[in-house]
Write a protein that binds this ligand. Structure first.
Ligand code: PMM
Length: 278
């Protein structure tokens, strides 16, 4: 049975897995080829994600594709803030995908209620302070070891699930120490970030061990390369069926949310899992 509680409240007995629709406002994003770079296109795509039932729309202005260069603060603000303002007017729940506390602050002022930080606060220590100062905001702390430019050189693990769990635990300690409330925190294993394909599969198999940390989990596998390697799909959009298989599995395992490029098929798959098991 669905409860009446807010769909983004991470702490209750059973809650269906949420779908976070991806809106990359970048000329060089990993999986959509910069399709939504133009403001009008971005807003149009945001409307589409909303109409298809996205619980959250994740607006990002900086590509984190392996090897990507950083974007300037000004460019990032210019890309994401007008789009967030527009989507809030539509009534969407918006998260901002950023590592910069300045962008997080401006996005919160524009109505974003979730900050999705792929660096988990490591890229800029001031991020934790911003989140601590905004107690109504949820914060996704992803597992990360370094910027995209060199993250593929940071893939050495003794035992990947244990190491990622410990490193996420360190992030949590630092966030709590900065004054962030436990209820604000959502963790993410950072699939594809400083990880090779085997690491990604091991983390997906071992998610229950990360759930033991006691925080809701967000997982982003949508169109990522390791899926293309498995099913022989060079083109990112051809990895959608493989992505959907993982969403179904994650919904069965009661993961808090999935971050995906398409929304409707994922909502449908989650509906099926709900009907079968919950
Ligand atoms: N992956 C990307 C960007 N942001 N955020 C979270 N929380 N988790 C992820 O796995 C994640 C992310 C890179 O993928 P994209 O270029 O397709 O957006």
């Amino acid at each position: 049975m669905m409860s009446n509680q807010s769909p983004i409240d991470g702490r209750q007995d059973h809650q269906r897995t949420l779908v976070m629709g991806i809106l990359n406002v970048t000329p060089d994003s990993f999986a959509d080829g910069g399709e939504h770079f133009d403001f009008e296109d971005a807003v149009r795509h945001g409307h589409k994600l909303f109409d298809e039932g996205a619980d959250i729309i994740d607006v990002g202005g900086e590509s984190t594709r392996p090897g990507a260069e950083r974007v300037s603060l000004e460019d990032e603000l210019h890309r994401v803030i007008p789009v967030i303002t527009e989507l809030r007017e539509l009534g969407a729940i918006v998260s901002v995908d950023t590592m910069r506390p300045e962008v997080a602050k401006a996005a919160i002022s524009a109505g974003a209620t979730i900050v999705n930080d792929v660096s988990g606060g490591l890229a800029d220590p001031l991020m934790a302070k911003v989140i601590a100062g905004a107690p109504d905001i949820q914060y996704v702390a992803m597992h990360w070891r370094g910027h995209s430019k060199n993250m593929q050189n940071l893939t050495s693990y003794d035992e990947v699930v244990r190491d990622v769990k410990n490193e996420l635990d360190d992030r949590v300690s630092e966030l709590l120490q900065a004054g962030v409330a436990p209820e604000q925190i959502i963790l993410d294993p950072g699939i594809g970030f400083a990880k090779d394909s085997e690491h990604n599969w091991a983390l997906l198999r071992g998610l229950e061990r990360l759930q033991l940390l006691g925080y809701p989990l967000l997982v982003g596998v949508s169109r990522k390369r390791f899926l293309g390697e498995l099913v022989g799909a060079e083109v990112p959009a051809d990895r959608d069926h493989a992505t959907l298989a993982i969403t179904s599995d994650l919904a069965r395992r009661e993961v808090w949310g999935v971050r995906t490029h398409s929304v409707k098929p994922h909502r449908d798959a989650i509906e099926v899992i709900e009907e079968l098991y919950y």
